[in-house]
Ligand binder design. Structure first.
Ligand code: FAD
Length: 463
């Protein structure tokens, strides 16, 4: 077996987990090869996930807002959507960031190899078209891919999140399968751009697992823009006809069969641990494709680490990059462990929904004692100046220690606001600490302090 490259560390996968690990390890003095099968770095997040979706959601929010301001004395007229220019702009954001990543890799001396990597032994990786890499340590960061539903035909009219974000054209009638985070973000984009969008969700509510009081304001606003939100509805069969896809639904509230021009499948993601020949390195991969790790991100093989989507839920970029630093630091000989108490989650719809730590649904399910306080944004001056009053900020508190256990927010910018709550939980704050911290007025951030004051019984309102 010829060995073309010898490195301290090989990182497999160039997404937010992989490139972060490679950069951190190189900064710590290791020689690093970063293997990525796409011809660009950035993984799903940059190329087909977080970034292109947020670029398009920005456009979607603007379109919705402009229409609302017509009623408040600012008349903009009917928006003209130039899809080619919008797509070029979104692609330019992605390319700018991808170019930045390759610059950051070469500045650090990280050797980027384009090709699919598979293990050939515990210390050797074969990279398609490139040769082999002998390594002392490895970090697996191969991410995940969309689940393929077996009853969906193999047809260009059946989209997943990647093809939906390519935004080739706008279907007239679109069915989104799955009312989770990705499904609702995509539904928001296509509905704002002018498609007639219906969402079918198997469970009896949107965003399964999220507290209902946080979902309700989103359901109300989004519902007004969608043709239908069909919860408790299973897609039973899809038939390809001349005039579109005939979809047969099943469930207590299921409608009669409907015709759609396009179907977007957003029914979850599955990990890529199955395509690595991991057994050749002795690394265990479970039946779903996940690779189990300990609190030091180590697999069952001590010199091989795994991070990001491939190690489990939540499948989020900031979880991947946090784990990446731990794995890289351990691989370089430092002593660290994964000590994060909580990981924030954000749905970038309009309104945004964000939560961190314990939520009420999980607390009730698992019998965890909590006390709660809620602040409705209709009493927030800032919220009303924005023409929005549907938001809610909610805190959950440990009745014994009085520490903050969880925070949930729905409303514009909830995704930014949740960062302060995350810091508060990480640093063991009590509601009193948050309430006594002077927040700027008028701001949405005050709603967190007001919820804390409501808990403490010290809320006096400030308009
Ligand atoms: P990935 O980003 O999946 O990267 C893995 C890389 O490994 C890929 O580039 C793949 O090509 C490569 N690879 C796989 N196998 C091999 C191999 N054998 N050899 C070489 N290379 C290989 N998360 C958020 O936190 N915020 C968001 O707003 C958000 N929005 C999203 C929107 C959408 C539409 C989607 C689909 C996802 C979104 N996510 C979001 C999730 C986020 O993209 C992932 O959690 C994140 O990309 C995981 O990072 P990762 O490094 O583990 O894997």
């Amino acid at each position: 077996q010829s060995v073309d490259l010898n490195v301290d560390l090989v990182v497999i996968g160039g997404g937010p987990g992989g490139y972060t690990a490679a950069f951190r390890a190189a900064d710590l003095g290791m020689s690093v090869a970063l293997v990525e099968k796409r011809n660009v770095l950035g993984g799903v997040c940059l190329n087909a996930g977080c970034i292109p979706s947020k670029a398009l959601l920005q456009a979607a929010k603007l379109l919705e807002e402009v229409a609302e301001w017509n009623e408040r004395g600012l008349e903009f007229g009917k928006p003209v959507i130039k899809l080619d220019r919008l797509r070029d702009w979104k692609d330019s954001v992605v390319s700018k960031l991808a170019g930045g990543l390759s610059g950051l890799a070469s500045k650090r001396g990280v050797k980027v190899l384009s090709g699919e990597g598979v293990f050939a032994g515990p210390n050797i990786l074969e990279v398609a078209g490139q040769g082999s890499v002998r390594f002392n340590k490895a970090i697996i960061a191969v991410g995940s891919r969309p689940v393929r539903l077996p009853f969906l035909p193999d047809h260009p009219g059946i989209m997943d999140s990647t093809s939906a974000l390519a935004l080739e054209d706008l279907p007239k009638r679109l069915l989104v399968l799955g009312g989770g985070v990705i499904g609702l973000e995509m539904a928001s984009i296509y509905a704002s751009l002018g498609s007639e969008v219906s969402v079918a969700e198997l469970t009896d509510g949107l965003l399964p697992g999220c507290d209902r009081d946080l979902v309700r304001p989103l359901e109300k606003r989004l519902g007004a823009r969608l043709k239908a939100i069909m919860t408790g509805t299973r897609v039973k069969a899809v038939e390809t006809l001349q005039e579109g896809f005939k979809v047969v639904f099943e469930g207590a509230k299921a409608p009669s069969p409907q015709i759609y021009d396009r179907i977007l499948s957003a029914a979850g993601r599955r990990p890529n641990g199955d395509g690595l020949h991991a057994d050749k390195a002795g690394v265990n991969v479970d039946a779903q494709g996940f690779i189990k790790v300990d609190s030091a991100q180590r697999t069952n093989v001590p010199h091989i680490f795994a991070i990001g989507d491939v190690v489990g839920n939540p499948m989020l970029a900031h979880k991947a990059s946090y784990e990446a630093k731990i794995a890289a630091e351990l691989a370089s000989g430092m002593h660290v462990t994964n000590s994060a108490k909580v990981i924030p989650s954000v749905v970038y719809t309009d309104p945004e929904v964000a939560w961190v730590g314990l939520n009420e649904t999980a607390a009730k399910r698992d019998g965890i004692a909590f006390e709660k306080a809620t602040f409705p944004w209709m009493a927030s001056g800032r919220s009303l100046t924005m023409g929005r009053d549907e938001g809610v900020t909610k805190i959950l508190v440990d009745p014994v220690t009085r520490a903050l256990l969880g925070v949930g927010i729905v409303g514009p910018h909830a995704g930014d606001l949740i960062a302060e709550a995350t810091l508060a939980i990480e640093t063991g704050c009590e509601p009193g600490d948050v309430g006594l911290t002077i927040h700027p007025h008028p701001s949405l951030s005050e709603t967190f302090a007001f919820a804390a004051e409501a808990y403490e019984g010290t809320l006096t309102e400030l308009y």
